[in-house]
Every structure is written in C-alpha cells, then in structure tokens.
Write a protein that binds this ligand. Structure first.
Ligand SMILES: Nc1ncnc2c1ncn2[C@@H]1O[C@H](COP(=O)(O)OP(=O)(O)OP(=O)(O)O)[C@@H](O)[C@H]1O
Ligand SMILES: [Mg+2]
Length: 803
C-alpha cells in the first residue's frame, strides 16, 4: 500500500457530517458551487459573498460526502495564516483527517514539491530560499562582475526586471532573444549569470519557486504524472491575484486533458473577484479570471451576489467607488442585513489629529460596549503611515498591533543569524556565506574575500570549497594573516555544523552560534544603545526558535499522519524546517486572531493596524480607512496613469468591503511626509461616496485665510482644535457639501506647462515632461536628470520654483 495515503492507526473514526449539515447554511448558488462535480469550476463574486466559505465547505463536502481522500486535495490560499485557518475550519468539520491535505500558499506548496524533486533539477533538497534582500545582494555582485554601471542600472531595477521575466516564465535565453534595447540586453545578461550563481549556491529565489516548479512539471512528465495522480482536487482562493507563472502552475497540476496514461484532469475549483485584484505589481493579471472558460475546457461559472458581511450602506459605498472603473463586468452586491450605521467621515488638520480622532473613536466605541479592540482595524495605504497611530495609541494606552512594516526577520542582526543557520544547512549558499565571512570582524577583509572569490571562479568551485582551499594554502595571492583568519572561520563553521548534525534543536544551534562566534559578546560590550536592542532581538529570535521546536513537537504527536511520511516536508523542528518557515513568513501571518485576546488586555484584544494590501480576505466589525487623500490614496504614482488608478480603486473597494458594521473614512489636510508638511486634496474616492451615506463629523474649513495654511503663519499645528477657528459643520448641512472646500483655489502654488524649467529644493533642476489634473489635483512629472523622473503635486508649499 502507498504509505503516502495511509492514515495513522491511532486516528479516531473520522467525523462524517451529513450533507445537510454541510449545505444547510448556504444559499443555492453557494450550494451549487460546493456540490459541483466534474469539470473546472470558477466562482466569481464580489467581496464578502462567501467565496472562501464555499472553498472550505467544498473541501469538507469532498471529504464527507464524496469520500475523497484528504491526500488527494490541494488547496491554495494567499497567506500561510489563511491556509492554517482553512485547515482548522475543515478539521472542525471533518476531524483530524484534514491534516493529510495540502493547504498552503503557492510558495509553500512549491517548496514542498521542490524539496521532494530537488535531485531531478540537479539541486539538493537542503536548498536555501533567497528573499528580495538576498536577491539584491547577489544581483549587485553579478552586476559588479559584469562591469555594469550601478548608476545607470541599479541593482533594484535589474531585480524588478528579472522578477517580471520570471513571473512571465521567461528563462534567460528567452529574455536574451527578446531583448530589444540596451536595458533589456543588460537585464538578460545579468539574469543569465544570476541564475547560474543561484543554482551554484543551491538556492531558489521567490520567483524561482514557482517558475522552477512549472518547468519541473513541464520537462519531466513522470514528475507531472505523479502529482496528477495524487492530487485529484485543486482549489484556489483569490484567483484574481495569480500571475502568469502561477496560472501555468495550476494548469500543469490540474491538467486540461487526460494524460497518455489515462489520468483525467483534476477537479479544479477557483474563486475570485476581478474587482479585488490588487497585485498587478507582482504580475497578477485579470486575464486569468477573465479567460478561465477559454483556458479550461468545459468550465462552469457560478456567480454569487448576496453579501453576508457588510451593511447595505457599506456595500453601496463600495459599489459607488468600484463602478467608476472602466471595462469591468458590472455586478451588484446586495445584502438583507439592513442599512446599518452611516459611514462616518472626518477631515482633520493634520495626520496627528487624524490619529487622535481614530483613537478617540475607538475608545468611545469600547466604552459604549459597541466594539472590542479586536473588532477594530485601521487601514492605511503605505506602512510608513503607521507611525503616527502608534505614537498616539501608546500615549493613550490603547492596545494595538501593527502588522507589517520593517519586519523582524529583516533586521540586520536577525539576518546575520539566519545567514549562519543557512550556511550550516547549505554550505553552498554563497550569499549567506559572504554575508557572515567577516561578521563579527575576524580579519577577513574585502581583498581577501575578492581573492577567494576569484579563485572560486577560476577553479569553478563554490565559495565554500575555495575557503577550504585557502585553509590548505592553495589560494595564490592570499596573505598569511588572511589565510589564518579564514582557517579560524572554517574551523568554527565545521564545529558548529557538528553541533547541528548531532541533532541539537534549532535554538541550541542558535545559542551556539551567538556564543562561539563572539557575536553576542561584541554587541554586549558596545556602548551603542542600538546594540542593546539588537541583543534583545536576538534573544527574541532564540525564543521564536524554541517555540517553533515546541510547537512542531506537538504537531508530531498530534498529527503524525503526513508530516513524517511525506518526503516533501523537512523533519519537524529541524533546521531546514525552521529556515523554511522564516523564509516564507509574510506580513499577514502575524495578524492577531479576532478572539485572540492578549494577556493582560482584559480579553478585549488589540486593534490591528495594517495596509489595505495585507487586509485582503479579512473582515472586521469596525474599519477605519485613513489617509484618503489624492497623492496618498490613490497613491501619487497612480495619479496620471489610468491603469494604476484602476488598481488603486480596486484597493479602495477592498478596504471598504472589509467592514462589517461600521466604516470610517478620514483624511488630513496636512501630512508630514518625509519630514516636510505636504498638503493633499481629498481623495477622489471620498468624492465618489454617495453623500447621503456619509455623516461628515468634521469638514474642511472654508475660511478665506486658509490659503496660508501650511506656511509659517498658518494654524496647522499651532492653532487650537478646529472648533474655535474653523467651526464645526453639523452633519445635516454637511451632506450638501463635499469634503472639498473652496479653499483649494487659493492654495494652488504653481502653474506649469510641459517644457517649463524648474528648480526643486531636493531634486535640483528639472524640466516638466507632462502635466495632469487641474486645481488641487494638478500634478507634473518632472525630469530631474540624475535625480530621476518624479511626479509631484503642485499644491500647497511645494519647495520648487519655476525658472
Ligand atoms: N450563506 C451564508 N450564510 C451566512 N453567512 C455567510 C454565508 N456565506 C458567507 N457567510 C459569511 O460572510 C462572510 C464573508 O464570507 P467570505 O469571507 O467567505 O467571503 P469572500 O467572498 O471570501 O470575501 P472576500 O472577497 O473578501 O474574500 C463570512 O463571515 C462568512 O462566514
Ligand atoms: Mg475570501
């Protein structure tokens, strides 16, 4: 018998809920989607219509009613957290049998396949996973070796182009033959060498995880057949955000016709909403949802229109915003849950006041018993906007959690430690090895590194092998002091590796690294207060590793079903398992659970702060949409670009539709961006909200003196709170006005035409190359030569003069 599909002997009798239980609380369209059998199925529907619920329920139905084995199911979600939740929900419906399913993100799923099949690709299964920072490092090295001028082609630019090529499944040869200009030729050249070195380092970057899995399935029919035979049901959530590579992967896994050996295509079920596609910058393409029926023969499409999440007011607002997008399939969401509360609008003087308003409202809601902290989410467009909220939340003692931003694993000291661990797991990992070569300082300078690198290139051996050659005195031009330092380093790594291989747990290995490298001692001896917090972060990392070991130990006991028998998964609690977890962790994975009250918070949980992108798929009773200003949301970049603007609008739609009962929208007249006060007009999305749905608690003042606002004589930060200076409009009179005031007419500082020459305080001299928008929305794209092309808003106190 195939052990892969074997259930452990100690498994309790599986719970088999009856069909009625599984279908009872579904509407007819949802029911159809859950029970549909046979050909490919697309469920397209607006936000909150139960797409994710359908997917989860369908899995339960497959297991409970159609007697599908859990090992035959593969479900793909957008975040690891969503995967864990889906597994949990299915478990609660059908019991522990759910553990043998593959429920994961695209990336985790590919890692699992690649670990299993590494040999086929001439890689070893202990490969490293390079994140964007590692990628940039390697590209920088490659570009330097290819004599590419970093001023002309920055590593970041090259990285973006290479990533795009990979998302399109273009290999280096294809990229080279399609290259039509100098940039593309340079990119193709870097791409080829970068790819060679990735393979030499036994590493995959994020995009490779998908691309290489696709090519694995395409090039090796036996491998494809194995997975085709195994996975008979493939389910994909958030299908609108798949890119070309992911789409191809799904197609290869599911198949579109029977194989030569007679295996029919898997049953495919994808769910999505074209209006929520917000990852175009990662290559996501609406085409995948629009062309589903053409891509998959005999496909069936089901529409869901009833929304179960939000009030009618919230839905009408969302509809009003999204319906302005051109070329979309009109669909109307409805709910029978009633109108609910009006949307609350607020125009604040500046970003600090906006945060104070949000904090005050949250407090008031908590006090009235209208919401717990954990019911509340605060959204902003970009991570840097979280700071002002944090300041005020800390001051008021309001419990909160910021999701995203500079992540723990991106901190220098944490990355250094991870680099050590990676080298211990995979000595060929050159990027990590070179990172720690002289960290902490051990007398291996840049020159010595370069000499070793050259030796490695010449001898066509890995950097690690070249270091060993240095120990054996086989590297010419290396001075004896460096050779001695290298010997010390190699011995240190050999010793540490022994610790690892003797079965020590990850946290013990980490402790050993911190100790024996002298890394911790160096930080502890330093006077720099930052180094003290680095020590804390490292302690935290050890704790994370310990918890990981403990957690996985429980998992082994609890669900030895698949983890042990499936060779795609590294041994639980092992170093490779830990590194995999660290590499694939995403912002959304640390979102607090709704009922997950933190210790000491009295059970009310925490307010969650995050970007709209991170909030995809989630729902909260109370949502604050902040920073709704043209230039912030929609993002400045989108202001003259219809495609980008459409994407921002979808993002606004996602934001609004996260709310269940109460929605707040706010903006600040002045925002301190990059240390400089910036005046932004109201977001065009605010203007699109039907006026009768919004209760404007505070509007923009219309006093004529407002023209000076933002300059030294203005009252932006000095004046008393608006009540006295600006008055306060009652909500009844507010409904007649829009959140714009007349005041903008006075504040337009600069009128520019194409060809005008300007001088900007920060960017220097420039030439206007295009203009867009009028009045408060006027922007100009200016070529500042060496400082690049920049799109600027022309209102308020632009530090720029026309020459
Ligand atoms: N038939 C139903 N009866 C009651 N509640 C439902 C029903 N269908 C879905 N829901 C609830 O509605 C909410 C939204 O469902 P779900 O998250 O599955 O929607 P979605 O379409 O995936 O949303 P999004 O587009 O934001 O991902 C959830 O709280 C879900 O439990
Ligand atoms: Mg969903």
């Amino acid at each position: 018998m195939d052990t892969l599909f074997d259930l452990p002997a100690n498994q309790p009798a599986p719970a088999r809920p009856g069909a009625d239980d599984l279908l009872e609380d579904l509407n007819p369209a949802q029911r159809e989607a859950v029970t549909h059998a046979g050909g490919p199925l697309l469920v397209v529907a607006g936000a909150g219509s139960g797409k994710t619920r359908v997917l989860t329920r369908r899995i339960a139905y497959l297991l409970g009613q159609r007697h599908v084995h859990p090992g035959e199911i593969m479900a793909i979600t957008f975040t690891n957290k969503a995967a864990a939740e889906m597994r949990e929900r299915v478990s609660s419906l059908v019991g522990r049998r759910a553990n043998a399913m593959w429920v994961s993100t695209f990336h985790s799923m590919c890692v699992r396949i690649l670990r299993r099949e590494a040999k086929t690709l001439d890689m070893s299964s202990n490969f490293s996973i390079y994140d964007s920072d590692d990628t940039k490092r390697l590209i920088t090295l490659v570009a330097r070796d290819l004599d590419i001028d970093p001023k002309k082609y920055a590593a970041r630019t090259l990285a973006v182009h290479i990533s795009n090529l990979k998302n399109e499944l273009a290999d280096p040869e294809t990229a080279a033959s399609n290259a039509g200009n100098d940039l593309e030729r340079r990119v193709a050249e870097v791409y080829a060498e970068y790819q060679r070195r990735l393979e030499a380092a036994n590493a995959f970057d994020f995009d490779d995880l998908i691309m290489r899995t696709v090519s694995l399935l395409q090039v090796f029919p036996a491998v494809a057949e194995y997975y085709r035979r195994r996975f008979r049901h493939i389910l994909v959530d958030e299908y609108q955000d798949t890119n070309h590579a992911q789409y191809t992967l799904v197609r290869e896994l599911a198949g579109t016709e029977a194989t030569d050996t007679g295996i029919d295509p898997a049953e495919l079920c994808v769910v999505g909403d074209a209006d929520q596609s917000i990852y175009a910058f990662r290559g996501a393409t609406l085409r995948n949802i629009e062309e589903f029926e053409r891509d998959f023969p005999n496909a069936h499409t089901i529409l869901l229109e009833q929304n179960y999440r939000s009030t009618q007011t919230i839905l009408s607002a969302a509809n009003a915003v999204i319906e302005r997008n051109p070329n979309r399939r009109a669909k109307r969401l409805w709910t029978d849950s009633g109108d609910g509360e009006k949307i609350v609008g607020y125009v604040s003087d500046n970003d600090h006041d906006e945060a104070a308003f949000v904090a005050g409202e949250i407090d008031a809601l908590a006090e009235q018993g209208a919401a717990d902290y954990s019911d509340v989410a605060v959204f902003y467009r970009t991570n840097n906007q979280s700071r002002v909220f944090e300041e005020i939340f800390i001051r008021l003692g309001l419990p909160y959690k910021v999701v995203g931003g500079v992540r723990f694993y991106e901190r220098r000291e944490v990355r250094d430690m991870i680099a050590y661990l990676r080298v211990l797991a995979n000595p060929e990992d050159t990027v990590s090895l070179r990172r720690i070569l002289n960290v902490p300082k051990r007398g291996i300078g840049d020159r010595a590194e370069a000499v070793v690198a050259t030796h490695a290139e010449r001898e066509r051996i890995s950097f690690w092998a070249a270091l060993r050659d240095a120990v054996d005195g086989k590297v010419a031009l290396l001075n004896p002091r460096s050779a001695k330092a290298i010997t010390g380093f190699v011995t240190l790594l050999d010793d540490l590796r022994e610790t690892t291989s003797s079965g020590a747990e990850v946290h013990d290995v980490l402790e050993a690294v911190l100790e024996r490298t002298g890394y911790r001692a160096e930080l502890e001896e330093s006077d720099d207060p930052q180094d003290a917090s680095r020590v804390e972060n490292l302690t935290e990392l050890v704790t994370v590793a310990r918890e990981f070991a403990e957690f996985t130990a429980e998992v082994i006991q609890d669900e030895n079903a698949e983890l042990v028998v499936d060779d795609g998964v590294p041994a639980p609690g092992s170093l490779p398992a830990f590194l995999e977890r660290v590499s694939l962790v995403a912002d959304a994975d640390s979102i607090p659970s709704p009922d997950g009250g933190e210790e000491g918070d009295g059970g009310a949980g925490v307010v969650t702060l995050m970007t709209v992108h991170t909030a995809k798929g989630l729902e909260y009773p109370v949502v604050f949409c902040t920073g709704w200003e043209d230039g912030v949301f929609p993002h400045l970049r989108a202001l003259g670009d219809p495609a980008e603007l459409a994407e921002e609008r979808r993002l606004a739609y996602v934001a609004i539709t996260r709310a269940r009962q109460r929605l707040y929208v706010s903006r600040a007249l002045v925002r301190s961006a990059w240390g400089q006060p910036q005046m932004n007009p109201a977001s065009r999305f605010l203007d699109e909200l039907p006026p009768d749905l919004v209760d404007w608690r505070r509007l923009e003042p219309s006093s004529p003196g407002f023209g000076n606002f933002g300059s030294s004589s203005g009252g932006a930060s000095s004046g008393p709170r608006a009540a006295t200076t600006w008055g306060r409009r009652s909500s009844s009179s507010a409904s007649s006005g829009s959140p714009f005031g007349k005041a903008w007419k006075d504040t337009v500082a600069l009128k520019l035409d194409v060809g005008d020459r300007v001088s900007h305080d920060k960017y220097g001299l420039g030439t206007v190359i295009s203009c867009d928008g009028v009045g408060p929305r006027a922007t100009a794209t200016i070529d500042f030569g060496a400082s690049g092309k920049v799109r600027l808003m022309l209102i308020g106190s632009v530090p720029m003069v026309k020459l």
